[in-house]
Design a protein around this ligand. Structure first.
Ligand SMILES: [Zn+2]
Ligand SMILES: [Zn+2]
Length: 243
């Protein structure tokens, strides 16, 4: 009888046991985190390239890095449709609804001074196409009164936050990662309405990845009432994304 070879994706750097899946960057034997080792497994690279041809782990992490600050900008400026480029409609529309609800109460959620400490790939769907990244950084995150302009809760100076982001490849080509003028091809910033070179209105194509779900693991300094509200406000589970 021919032995059936055990399919593994690499070895745990802590206990040496084989890694049997890619869905979570945690060893199923010793329970320890495989981050950042996970990112260098050849099978991680090949699975990522399979779901999003041409993409490497480094490219994906580079693509993610500017997004938290862009999200904060949209929150400050209420330009929700700009998020079409990298956030699923269902998710940004839910954020917009929550912000509208806050505003009917005379408050607004502000995100500011975003600084990223690390972005790591922490999971890849093996049967469905999704990548999970963990973002750790600092930001000011608070609710403030639209009338008194005073912060009501949260932290007005940068405090630690950790989020898990589920990203789905859209099939859009890699060059769609950059926002360019449809007329002269000049590069445009995420929040730019008109081309800085020729003045033509900038079209924001669907980007190569869409953020489908965000889970806040940490916001601020711990288990405050704000942390609970923040989680409720930011987490939105996409029903057809099972992982
Ligand atoms: Zn292990
Ligand atoms: Zn132009």
């Amino acid at each position: 009888m021919t032995p059936i070879p055990l399919v593994t994706h690499g070895e745990c750097p802590h206990c040496g046991q084989p890694l049997l899946g890619l869905a979570t960057a945690r060893c199923s034997h010793c329970g320890r985190s495989l981050v950042p080792h996970f990112e260098s497994y050849p099978s991680v690279a090949s699975r990522l390239a399979e779901m999003a041809p041409g993409w490497t782990v480094a490219m994906l992490l580079d693509w993610v890095r500017p997004r938290p600050a862009q999200l904060a900008w949209v929150h400050q400026n209420q330009q929700w449709p700009l998020l079409d480029h990298f956030v699923s409609n269902g998710l940004w529309e839910a954020w917009q609804r929550w912000e509208r609800t806050r505003r009917t109460r005379g408050v607004s959620l502000q995100l500011d001074e975003v600084h990223l400490d690390s972005v790591h790939l922490v999971g890849l769907g093996e049967w469905q196409d999704w990548a999970q990244v963990r973002i750790h950084g600092h930001r000011a995150s608070f609710e403030w009164s639209l009338h008194s302009h005073l912060a009501l809760s949260g932290s007005t100076s940068p405090a630690p936050f950790t989020e898990l982001w589920w990203l789905q490849p859209t099939g859009a080509p890699i060059h769609a990662a950059e926002i360019r003028c449809p007329s002269c091809g000049g590069e445009a910033a995420f929040n730019q309405r008109a081309c800085g070179y020729c003045g033509i209105g900038v079209v924001r194509p669907l980007g190569p990845w869409q953020l489908a779900r965000v889970q806040v693991l940490q916001e601020g300094l711990g288990e405050t009432a704000w942390g609970e509200r923040g989680t409720e406000g930011w987490e939105w589970v996409m029903e057809n994304l099972t992982c």
